[in-house]
Design a binder for this molecule. Structure first.
Ligand code: ADP
Ligand code: MG
Length: 702
């Protein structure tokens, strides 16, 4: 099939019929030949071997045995009526049971004969049993001819589809038909030299074998080929997009490092940079010298020192006569950046301003003027920064904090601020797994700060059960006596805001009894408070007037209280891993040893237990992100939901990291040698860009 044929509407498939075509569209979103071909089996049933009866284990999904029927009888009355037979091989006996179609089985099942018996085994009184097995009279010839010794595909289906004879078996027949009619037209779409280099199976062969493999090895080869193809074509498109962008957009050139940077580095920076920070600064330095617009994602855990790196990059821009800005997702965060940067650079060094929704008009006007005449060096704010009224004289670098709230659209808006678009540095404290980064941000360059500043004490994380609460209270009192402050966080249960509030209020009541005035003071912050009230409560805590902050997860973003050294998370099992990790990042900001205490009930789901154990075991955000992806699947990781890039049909980002890396490296090599894909051997690759949907939801990315 070429790309065109792949798009043939499903109703044109021979023998399908209009009603079945309709229901396929509705139930499985199978609209054309390609969709059907890519409705891959979700598992395979092993008919490649016969099991001995004694080897059958309770956890086996399906087994096939070769055994002689020794006995059959109908027992029970009415509702309990069933046909029970026994079959025997040289190792043991298995009981076969039918509750339906009894008459027919009674008529056709012949005692004394050997059958191929296939089904899902169960155990009753520790004896092997099978309900409604498939039975077939054994003859060596018949087995060969029917190709029984294969892996049988199992397909996802639905109740509705079953009514149209499209259960797993029916779908299998349909796909077999499609392959029979069209497999010869499935053309190769990768260059021969790639096929050879990676020892890939042919394309048509792979489609056939992924549905109907003769053995495990064939299946493996088919899967490898199709996964490689899928990831390769996606990378081809992502990297072509990047290439085109770099060709289209010139970038400001930050020629030299000048006085601002040097003054800061040698006289103001109060600590030595970590190796990771230096490495990232070098990467940014190189990016901004090439005359090509930088689009870089900077990943690093909370506290890894991203802001400092961003500031130093901005100083280079300023050294070269450009203005810069930092965009944050909330006013609190923007404010925090403003404070941080002010305190790092001190007074009278460069001009920094904060622009948020709450800046009064008069002050706003001054900011606008200073932006236009170029005297303002760094502007910090929320998305108000990209309102059209805001005009810069010469915007050279934009730092965006927390990428997932700024879409492609908003980034594009920024580019329009100048004829030459500013360099863009996106910072995120939510590390995502490498495979995900390569896919989601495959067209960005990615920098990673994977090292915390030296001398920081790792946060100790402990898991306590409800019954140990008194111990936790005792610990809290100890820490408060030492002058520390404590966060206590309740989960948001989205279904019910009233319940959330009730949880919080009940919790607070217990807390105020345990930590009474006047010795103890508590701040309470939750979503129902007005902004001003919230701010007031936060400020009390920030100033140290209260020792405990009881909150729903509103504190997740923003607050920085170095003196707070204990984070207690209630019902921790209800939080996702990345959220737990983010919350933990609120402490460990000062010189003191910090603690994160995870409270949970005794009943934990297996995933819940894994999450809590992971938190106890590691502080590394990247490790946590990997486990999060394994638990939830790549499509459910924070910030990835809307992304069509993850619409992969056969590859799996949690397990196919190596194939992805191979494919990506291969594409990079190709574009290095042949950026236009003009070489004869690469011609075939241009097909990938011809049809809108060559198996990828590309329109959602570009
Ligand atoms: P992030 O933005 O990644 O969360 P910040 O840049 O805000 O991290 O840094 C967190 C804290 O660590 C800040 O107080 C900052 O001044 C400090 N810091 C950053 N880099 C270093 C370093 N190399 N050595 C010591 N402290 C550092
Ligand atoms: Mg920060």
């Amino acid at each position: 099939m070429n790309n065109q044929q792949f798009q043939t509407p499903i109703e044109y498939l021979k023998g399908i019929g209009l009603s079945r075509a309709e229901v396929l569209k509705k139930e499985l979103q199978i609209f054309n030949f390609e969709d059907l071909l890519k409705h891959f089996p979700y598992k395979y049933i092993d008919r490649t071997r016969f099991y001995k009866i004694k080897d059958i284990q309770p956890d086996m999904p399906y087994v096939q045995v070769l055994a002689r029927i020794t006995h059959k009888e109908i027992i029970g009355e009415k509702h309990t009526k069933r046909l029970v037979a026994q079959a025997k091989d040289d190792t043991g006996i298995i009981e076969l049971v039918w509750f339906q179609g009894i008459k027919w089985v009674e008529k056709t099942l012949i005692p004394g004969k050997v059958y191929v018996i296939f089904g899902r085994p169960g155990f009753f009184n520790s004896k092997a049993q099978m309900a409604h097995p498939e039975m077939e009279l054994y003859s060596p010839a018949a087995i060969k001819q029917k190709g029984n010794l294969t892996l049988q595909p199992a397909y996802n289906s639905t109740k509705k589809l079953e009514q149209f004879t499209l259960d797993s078996k029916g779908l299998s027949k349909l796909i077999a038909g499609l392959l029979e009619q069209h497999a010869k037209d499935i053309h190769e779409n990768l260059p021969a030299y790639i096929i050879n280099r990676f020892k890939l199976a042919g394309r048509a062969e792979s489609y056939r074998n992924i549905h109907f493999p003769n053995d495990a090895n064939q299946l493996k080869e088919a899967q490898y080929r199709l996964k490689f193809e899928e990831l390769f074509l996606l990378q081809l498109k992502l990297l072509k997009n990047k290439l085109q962008r770099t060709q289209k957009f010139k970038g400001n050139i930050f020629e030299s490092v000048g006085t601002y940077f040097n003054e800061f580095y040698h006289h103001k920076l109060p600590f030595a940079l970590t190796d990771a920070q230096k490495r990232v600064l070098k990467e940014i330095r190189l990016d901004t010298q090439r005359g090509v617009q930088m689009n870089r994602l900077l990943q690093g855990d909370v506290g890894s020192g991203k802001t400092v790196v961003a500031l130093m990059s901005m100083l280079i821009a300023i050294d070269n006569g450009f203005q810069t800005c930092i965009m944050a997702p909330t006013e609190i965060l923007a404010n925090q950046h403003y404070q941080t940067i002010k305190s790092l650079i001190g007074d009278g060094f460069i001009e920094v301003a904060l622009l948020t929704g709450s800046v009064p008009n008069k002050a706003r006007k001054v900011i606008h003027e200073k932006l236009e005449d170029g005297s303002l060096n760094i502007l910090i704010g929320t998305h108000a920064l990209i309102e059209d009224k805001v005009q810069y004289k010469n915007l050279g670098l934009v730092v965006i904090d927390e990428q997932h709230r700024f879409g492609v659209e908003q980034r594009a808006k920024l580019w329009r601020k100048n004829i030459v678009p500013p360099h863009i540095l996106v910072m995120t404290a939510t590390p995502i797994p490498r495979t995900l980064a390569m896919t989601l941000y495959g067209d960005l360059d990615v920098s990673v700060i994977d090292e915390l500043p030296a001398g920081r004490k790792p946060i100790q994380t402990l898991h306590f059960y409800e019954a140990q609460r008194l111990r936790v209270f005792g610990f809290m009192k100890q820490e408060i006596a030492k002058g520390r402050q404590i966060y206590l966080v309740y989960p948001l249960i989205q279904e019910s805001e009233t319940l959330d509030l009730k949880n919080l209020m009940d919790g607070t009541e217990v807390m105020s009894r345990e930590f009474p005035l006047p010795q103890y003071r508590i701040s309470i912050v939750h979503g129902k408070l007005k902004a001003a009230e919230k701010e007031f409560e936060m400020q009390r805590f920030i100033k140290g007037e209260t020792q405990i902050m009881v909150a729903t997860t509103v504190i997740e973003v923003g607050v920085n209280v170095p003196n707070a050294s204990v984070m207690i998370i209630e019902n921790a099992e209800r939080f996702g891993l990345s959220q737990l990790h983010q919350l933990r990042g609120r402490v460990g900001r000062g010189a003191e040893q910090s603690y994160c205490i995870l409270m949970s009930g005794h009943k934990l789901s297996s995933d819940g237990r894994t999450r809590l154990n992971t938190m106890v075991k590691t502080n590394n955000g990247f490790e946590i992100a990997e486990i999060d992806m394994q638990l939830r699947g790549p499509g459910n990781i924070e910030g990835t939901q809307q992304s069509g890039v993850l619409d992969l049909k056969v590859a799996d980002l949690t397990t196919d990291q190596e194939i992805l890396q191979q494919a990506r490296n291969c594409v990079i090599e190709i574009f290095d040698k042949d950026p236009q894909l003009a070489l004869p051997e690469n011609q075939i690759l241009n097909q990938a860009f011809q049809t809108k949907n060559a198996g990828l939801s590309w329109d959602k990315i570009s």
